[in-house]
Design a protein around this ligand. Structure first.
Ligand code: ZN
Ligand code: ZN
Length: 166
C-alpha cells in the first residue's frame, strides 16, 4: 500500500488498495483481504490522506464462545507535511513530516494499527446471545438443558440454611 509522493499531482485523487491481511501484518484473527479507499489531497505544503478501511475478522463471542465473522470498518486521517515549519492546525497525532517531497509512503503499518484499535473489547455474536450454561456448558442459543430447573446457587443454599435455623 504505497504512495509515491513525488509523482502525485496537486489536487484530490482517490486510490484503492486491496491486500492480503497477512501481507499487511495482521494476525490470524483476520481473514481475506484488507480493502482501503484512500482520498489523497496534495497541496504545495502537504498531502492529506483520508483512508477508509474494511476487513473481516473472526472473533470469539464472549458469552457462547462461538466463532463469528465480523466486518470491521474504520477510517483515519494523516497529514504528511513536506517541511517541519508548515505544520499547524492539525492534531499532533495526525501529523507526519516527510523526509523529502519525493518519497514513498507505505501506509500498511498505519492501516494495521488502526484496524487493531477498532477491534471491540467485548465481542457478542448478537445482543440476544444466551451464552453457555454455567453448569453443563450447553450452548443455550442452540439447545436447552435442565440444569437451571434444579440448580440452586450455593450462595442461596447457605442463606436458606441460615434462614431455616431461625
Ligand atoms: Zn454468543
Ligand atoms: Zn446446563
Amino acid at each position: 500500500m504505497k504512495l509515491n509522493t513525488g509523482s502525485l499531482l496537486l489536487g484530490v485523487k482517490e486510490y484503492s488498495f486491496v491486500e492480503d491481511t497477512g501481507t499487511v501484518g495482521l494476525d490470524e484473527r483476520f481473514t481475506g483481504d484488507v480493502a482501503v479507499l484512500a482520498r489523497v489531497e496534495k497541496t504545495q505544503k502537504l498531502i492529506e490522506l483520508q483512508a477508509t478501511i474494511r476487513v473481516t475478522a473472526k472473533l470469539i463471542c464472549d458469552r457462547c464462545a462461538e466463532e463469528i465473522e465480523k466486518i470491521i470498518q474504520t477510517k483515519y486521517r494523516i497529514v504528511y507535511f513536506f517541511s517541519e515549519d508548515d505544520r499547524g492546525g492539525y492534531p499532533v497525532e495526525e501529523i507526519v513530516v516527510l523526509p523529502s517531497e519525493n518519497t514513498v509512503i507505505d501506509i500498511s503499518d498505519d492501516v494495521r494499527q488502526f484496524i487493531e484499535l477498532t477491534i471491540p473489547l467485548k465481542v457478542l455474536c448478537g445482543d440476544e446471545c444466551k451464552g453457555l450454561c454455567q453448569i453443563c456448558g450447553t450452548n443455550l442459543n442452540l439447545n436447552t438443558c435442565s440444569c437451571t430447573d434444579t440448580y440452586i446457587d450455593p450462595r442461596w443454599e447457605q442463606l436458606n440454611k441460615l434462614l431455616n435455623q431461625n
